[in-house]
Design a protein around this ligand. Structure first.
Ligand code: PSU
Ligand code: MN
Length: 329
């Protein structure tokens, strides 16, 4: 197994029981356009620090999984993107063996962070069940005529993010704004339930919708402060329920995308993805880029507001967690 490189600062923080927040790099490399993503990477780290915690941005550099990127590492991951792969958990071993460089998704970031003892992680929106899953509406045809058996013969597309099964088995708290609204939200919540992933609404009992503050899906659990989340984490540890805790933090109403614009752009983007015959890990970056383009950058601002809000909450939770273990910041 390739070693995981942990920066000196993150190593010290973990050894001393200080608050640490992991940040993922796929949202930078494949979810945001360059060169804005470079700036955002630095800004998110600053936000973690302002919240009293140590940031640990995660990526794979020349095959080495790295927890706590330095400035040069962040520069590479947010460069023009040509060499930067999108790496989930299953990709870590080949990327390591072949010396490749890539950004880590929610799944691989959570997995690596948990391996080195980090308990809190902030992202934008989780991956989940794509809308095409189970029918031929999206991703069925690329127009080439060799798409396999026609509908009705048992071959259907089913795209579910590796984020979900990884969270089922990874003891980490992930702050997100729900799942990306490009997904099938109801189906994703069902899968999170099946997989035993705890979902807490942050000051809400309505599951948030990434660009939108609410989806209308009710949550069983609502928390109102970081101390409550820390208590849930401690209870999970004592009981040995080994999955992740998802903290779903809605974007503030004034910063959200207009719902009508959202629905219109989504319909068009899904149709375009279907026509392009996109598969696998290309789908999410395609849909996010379509949003940024078709809303003239408005969705990009909302995406940034979403991530900033989640990073702030994650820093609060990490700080409460450290304090509860006797390490006041
Ligand atoms: N949140 C964002 N933008 C993103 C993502 C999350 O605001 O681009 C990324 C995460 O890395 C997540 C990935 O793991 O999207 C999901 O991709 P897929 O659907 O291919 O599993
Ligand atoms: Mn996928």
């Amino acid at each position: 197994m390739p070693d995981i490189k942990v920066s000196a600062e993150v190593q010290d923080a973990l050894a001393d029981g200080w608050a640490v927040v992991a940040l993922e790099s796929t949202l930078l490399a494949h979810g945001l356009p360059a060169p804005r993503n470079r700036e955002v990477g630095g800004e998110l780290e600053q936000l973690v620090r302002a919240g009293g915690a140590v940031p640990a941005t995660v990526a794979v550099l020349d095959g080495v999984p790295t927890v706590g990127l330095d400035a040069a590492g962040l520069e590479r991951i947010t460069g023009d993107g040509s060499e930067v792969l999108k790496l989930s958990v299953r990709d870590l071993a080949p990327a390591g063996a072949l010396g490749r460089t890539g950004a880590t998704t929610v799944a691989s970031t959570a997995w690596l962070a948990a391996r080195v003892g980090i308990r809190v992680f902030a992202t934008g929106g989780l991956g989940g069940v794509h809308r095409a899953a189970g029918d031929e509406a999206l991703g069925g045809s690329d127009g080439s005529g060799d798409d396999g058996p026609p509908a009705g013969l048992g071959t259907v597309s089913y795209d579910e993010s590796a984020d979900l099964p990884t969270l089922a088995a990874t003891p980490i708290t992930v702050v997100c704004a729900g799942v990306k609204s490009i997904l099938d939200v109801g189906a994703t919540l069902e899968r999170l339930e099946t997989l035993g992933v705890t979902v807490l609404g942050w000051r809400t009992a309505d599951f948030p919708g990434f660009y939108l503050p609410s989806t209308g899906h009710r949550l069983d659990w609502r928390v109102d402060d970081a101390e409550q989340v820390s208590a849930v984490m401690a209870a999970a540890d004592r009981l040995g329920t080994s999955g992740a805790v998802v903290v779903a933090n809605p974007v503030a109403e004034p910063e959200a995308l207009d719902r009508e614009l959202h629905d219109r752009v989504l319909t068009d983007a899904l149709a375009a993805a279907g026509r392009a015959g996109l598969r696998g890990k290309a789908v999410t970056p395609f849909l996010l880029a379509a949003f940024h383009r078709e809303t003239a950058g408005r969705s990009l601002e909302v995406n940034l507001a979403v991530v900033r809000g989640n990073v702030r909450v994650a820093a609060k939770i990490a700080t409460a967690w450290a304090k509860d273990r006797g390490n006041a910041a």
